[in-house]
Design a protein around this ligand. Structure first.
Ligand code: SF4
Length: 307
């Protein structure tokens, strides 16, 4: 891999790890039936569901277009709406997510399924393609998801998943997200120290602001000016962000799943783009951006299905 134009600040990693280690980080409820199959759902159907839904769990907003909708009086946005619509489909027809059905999926079905207030999700054709590819590869190589997930460890599963277009990201955001869901549901037994965090825009933004990762000045300038980075640079930057969070997990002896749940919620509600709500943030005592009063966002890379 080419040089990474950013570095890890070890002192800041120690500081952040110490603070996080003193906090009571809890895993989210992975049995919330608004988003996930019920506890007593059939195991194969549950595997099918998570493999398919994570495959299409990437940015749902684009520009001013917000993927949002009210369902039964409750407003769902972005990824939450995606998973809510996933469960509506699962409740109606769990076999929709079977590899055989996915392998023949018509993009028109996805267009009519993933709908927000302003119409279908912006890249429904891409999502249909990713689902079809998942269906074809699982059906051809394993027959069922039960066989796909019958593995000896994380590395073997990562290798199997990387064959699918949806899971080809070198930083493995979707792969580690899937592993997190399956481990949390008791559907995959792996060692916690084999799990890395699924690096998306929220975890990247928080890493830059805290200062555990320090991008070079020209990257910071490109962030300030909203200049898009290419896919290769995006991968290199997220890779060092992943390494930095991995160091925080190890130093702080943290549960990577609980940490990811915490950071994801923080990124969506508190450490938001442009104007973070630092007064509500439990990390403000160790945050470089807060102490300096200068807040950068994550680097700009919208056109991707990696995260
Ligand atoms: S203190 Fe502010 S900038 Fe720093 S992590 Fe918290 S919300 Fe983000």
């Amino acid at each position: 891999m080419a040089r990474i134009p950013a570095s890890i600040n070890v002192d800041k990693v120690l500081e952040v790890a110490k603070l996080l280690g003193s906090m009571d980080l809890r895993r989210s409820d992975m049995f919330d039936t608004r988003f996930f199959p019920p506890r007593d759902a059939d195991v194969e159907s549950t595997y099918n569901y998570f493999l398919a839904m994570v495959a299409i769990d990437h940015r749902a907003h684009i520009g001013d277009y917000k993927f949002q909708r009210s369902i039964n009086g409750e407003i769902f946005t972005g990824s939450d709406l995606l998973w809510r619509l996933g469960m509506e489909m699962f409740s109606r027809d769990p076999s929709f997510f079977s590899p055989r059905r996915l392998s023949k999926l018509d993009p028109v079905i996805v267009r009519d399924w993933l709908v927000g207030d302003y119409g279908p999700v912006w890249d429904y054709g891409v999502r249909a393609y990713l689902l079809r590819d998942v269906g074809i590869k699982v059906a051809r190589n394993y027959g069922t998801t039960l066989r796909l997930f019958s593995v000896g460890g994380v590395e073997e599963l990562l290798d199997r998943l990387s064959d699918m277009v949806a899971y080809e990201d070198p930083v493995k955001k979707k792969a580690y997200l899937l592993i997190k869901f399956l481990v949390s549901r008791g559907l995959l037994k792996v060692k916690l120290n084999e799990i890395k965090l699924p690096i998306d825009n929220h975890l990247t933004r928080i890493a830059y602001r805290l200062g555990i990762v320090r991008p070079e000045d020209w990257i910071i300038e490109s962030i300030r000016h909203g200049i898009h980075v290419n896919s290769d640079l995006d991968v290199r930057l997220r890779m060092i962000v992943r390494d930095a969070w991995d160091a925080v997990v190890r130093v702080g002896k943290l549960d990577p799943i609980a940490l990811d749940d915490f950071l994801w919620r923080l990124g969506r509600t508190v450490c938001i783009t442009d104007k973070p709500n630092c007064e509500q943030c439990p990390l403000r005592k160790v945050c470089n951006a807060h102490s300096r009063g200068v807040f950068i966002n994550e680097h700009t890379h919208y056109l991707t299905y990696y995260y």
